[in-house]
Design a protein around this ligand. Structure first.
Ligand code: FES
Length: 82
């Protein structure tokens, strides 16, 4: 199954979360903070810290460590609040 991250194709195994697929693909930055633009990525991995927020098909605030991608999803780095 393939989705896109910031326009580039990423392959995910069945049952794999967006965050796991991106990490396996060598991508660690999932969002940038609102004020300083500092990079953030997976921290807790269980949906508690909200550091892994991404934009999925135009919807911001999706926790990449919990969400499973669907074929053709457009996933993007979240800038600030999205
Ligand atoms: S890594 Fe903490 S909520 Fe996703």
């Amino acid at each position: 199954m393939t989705f896109r991250f910031d326009g580039e194709p990423v392959v995910a195994a069945p049952g794999q979360t967006i965050a796991a697929a991106l990490l396996a693909d060598g991508r660690r930055v999932l969002r940038r903070t609102r004020v300083t633009g500092a990079p953030r990525g997976i921290f807790c991995g269980i949906g508690a810290c909200f550091d892994c927020l991404v934009v999925v098909n135009g919807r911001p605030g999706v926790r990449a460590c919990l969400a499973e991608p669907a074929e053709g999803d457009d996933v993007r780095t979240q800038e600030g609040a999205g």
